[in-house]
Design a protein around this ligand. Sequence first.
Ligand code: ARG
Length: 708
Amino acid sequence: MTDVATDATKILMCPPHHYDVDYVINPWMEGNIHRSSQDLAQEQWGKLHSVLKDYAVVELVTPQKGWPDMVFTANAGLLLADQVVLSRFFHPERQGEEPFFQKWFEDNGYTVHTLPESLPFEGAGDALFDRAGGWLWAGYGFRSELDSHPYLSKWLDVEVISLRLVDSRFYHLDTCFCPLTDGYLLYYPGAFDDYSNRLIEMRVPEDKRIAIDEVDAIVFACNTVNIGRTVVMNKASETLQKKLTEKGFEVVETPLTEFLKAGGAAKCLTLKMTEPRAASPQTSTIQSRVVHLEGHLLDSGLVNQTLDTIVSGGGSFQVIKFELGKQRNDKSVADVKVSAPDVTVMDDIMGQLIDLGAVSIPRESTSTTLEPVVQAGVAPDDFYVTTIYPTEVLIGDHWFRVQGQRMDGAIAVTRDNGNITARCKLLRDLEVGEEVVVGSQGIHTIRKATSLKKKSSEEFSFMGAGVSSERRVELVVEQIAWDLRQIRDRGGKVVVTAGPVVIHTGGSEHLRKLIQGGYVHALLGGNAIAVHDIEQSMMGTSLGMDMKRGVSVHGGHRHHLKAINTVRRYGSIAKTVEAGELTSGVMYECVKNNVPFSLAGSIRDDGPLPDTKMDLIAAQADYARLIEGADMILMLSTMLHSIGVGNMTPAGVKMVCVDINPAVVTKLSDRGSVESTGVVTDVGLFLSLLVQQLGKLTGQYTKVESIR
Ligand code: ARG
């Protein structure tokens, strides 16, 4: 499509008789109240008017006293052929202009469309037709609501591309964006969010994009009236002038400083009435959904987090209902309408809201969407990826609790004689005939109020620095000891993952005591911890180092292979114990105290021990089985096995990560789960403190009855 012929261009302006800066509704107006000169404004407006008359037919609307911003006719409405969508101003300061513009449009034969009340949209200030593609670029974020865009698309029969404005200085689309003849685009990328910049780059080829710098942006270089090959603006730097000239445009500068004080310039002062008829078909990809929030919304910060998530995800919101609980313990409820420029953005936002524990109210369908598994081990596209938080799904009109909660799985639904079960499954375990939850409708995660606070995990540093941190580690160990004691005494479950460092740092004797004391109900690790433990028990060395004297023993580097060999001879660790060949150590205590253990193999394993599972899928399944029902997981200096365990642990399980390397601790404890505690310290030292503390609590380590 080509641009309209120059002689056909018609423009609406409003003389500045009543213009002044009377209030502040954008950053430019700040400090400028009554600071613009009436005379100069008159003169500058007059010049613009006369320049434009050379290129277009200019019509005038009568200015009205008390409505100083009426000079900015761009905000009267959005015109296309004989249709106009009347503006609904965001600020009351400008709402009084609406009837005057409406009357002018009606008197001049336009069909006027009015938006629902309280749905702000500021006309051609926030909506600009592309001059080649025929679609409409529409801005939102400050003055116009995203939800107005579908109306534009419907009434004007155009495709709408929604762009999100993020810099308050560029509060209207026309302050930072100007489509030019032949599909060129003059714009300031800094005014838009990343997603919108991507949209722009997808639609406008690189050689047609004229991106300007801030220096030009702040003198309103984008606020340009473009007629044919002429661009009329307040001011442009030499660089910009050169760029425009190279692309075949003639730049006309006309100073509009007095209007800049109100946050407007050339384009704002005009409304083009002859827009080319759109070529592209009507579509609007805008999505809206209502989410329902419930709980201690203010205390927990859920409302803020929800609204932030929506906005930073590229959507917009309207709070439809908010009922604040009256007493401290009362719950609050809120309904929030979420709008997003398209399905992808909506799904992304919804995914994050579900993680926050926001319940989505599905619009038409009452239930989650299910799609069948057609290939074993492969989920349908768009499957919902699970988190560590307890989850419910709406099927029919029942909410079903998802079983086997863990992160990074899919939700598989099976129906057995009308009995519906929803369960977290790994992709590889999906079976043909099962159905899988897709999209984000009808899914709800349950989060404790406290687990919403982002930086929830605590970290304690021991080796770190300072005397006070030593005291802090003591305090945290006290707490952990107390928890361990509670869990043990009520018949709960503690799982330990441990790396070989536990043995090297002399932690073995303490870990043994924990096992003897009934504080450990499953041990998870790799080949190495078992090998080093057995080597130490059999030969007094760990990887050839004498553990008592701290020196390497002659020929000691072969010790660990000898240990492996012995266990291989007997067929398993348990059988080695039975044969009386292994008589002490961590593994020995596990066998003696019936504490199940699982050793997961890896590429670097020597041997391995017969007990080590080299089939990793089987090892993962074994770990998962042992973790089930855990109340606490003690992660002792093994990043590999701890991350493995973390991935399969649902929220609500206390996790304590101990490592000398702060990076490991951070990585493990920062899972958004409030129940995690990180301790940066030597693991041997930690265990000795822990055992000492437990001793203070109990006076002894004797095992209580009925530990499972
Ligand atoms: N003071 C006016 C306002 O804040 C300026 C409007 C500028 N118009 C525009 N299309 N950018 O609403």
